[in-house]
Design a protein around this ligand. Structure first.
Ligand code: NI
Length: 178
């Protein structure tokens, strides 16, 4: 379909709450998902939310397929389309991990997230998704769903001393072509 422009931090549309999808398997929804997939692949992200391309609907996609270079040590996450999600923390354990976001290019921050979560929602055909995950998978889901409630990862950080440019924080990973 098309590679879409990604809104950057500072755009008020990234701070709005997204609306629930009402109709599944609909051509407009499938076109939106194709655009999200093309845009995520082109940017090698691990996830993308519809509000990031200016569409205020509760649709996120994620998966590690095209993001292996950015997250070389991460366990694989299956390619997922998640619509109208609810997210339930399982337990109170949180862990800190480095995150990036296509709306904050070249920046990374250390973000606390729940270690284990259950997420529920639907795929693009209205089929139920219900998974219990932990670690990196749980982190990615929390990050992407946050885009639907108007949160960007720096808003979840506890210590802004651990926020900076990736080529400065991780000079070995970002030495040549980025
Ligand atoms: Ni993001």
């Amino acid at each position: 379909m098309a590679i879409r422009e990604i809104l950057k931090m500072g755009d008020p549309r990234l701070l709005a709450s997204a609306e629930a999808v009402k109709t599944f398997s609909d051509p407009m929804l499938l076109a939106l998902i194709a655009d999200l997939q093309d845009t995520m692949q082109a940017t090698k992200g691990a996830g993308l939310a519809a509000p990031q391309i200016g569409v205020p609907l509760q649709v996120v996609i994620f998966g590690t397929g095209t993001a292996l270079k950015r997250y070389p040590d991460a366990p694989p996450i299956p390619p997922t389309v998640l619509i109208n999600p609810t997210l339930t923390p399982l337990g109170v354990d949180m862990e800190e991990g480095w995150e990036g976001c296509l709306s904050l290019p070249r920046l990374r921050g250390l973000v606390p997230r729940y270690r284990r979560v259950r997420y529920q929602g639907f795929n693009e055909h209205g089929e139920i998704i219900d998974r219990t995950v932990d670690g990196f998978h749980a982190r990615v889901v929390q990050h992407e769903c946050d885009h639907l409630w108007g949160f960007l990862f720096p808003m979840r950080m506890k210590d802004m001393a651990h926020f900076g440019f990736e080529h400065v924080l991780f000079p070995d990973e970002y030495s040549s072509d980025e």
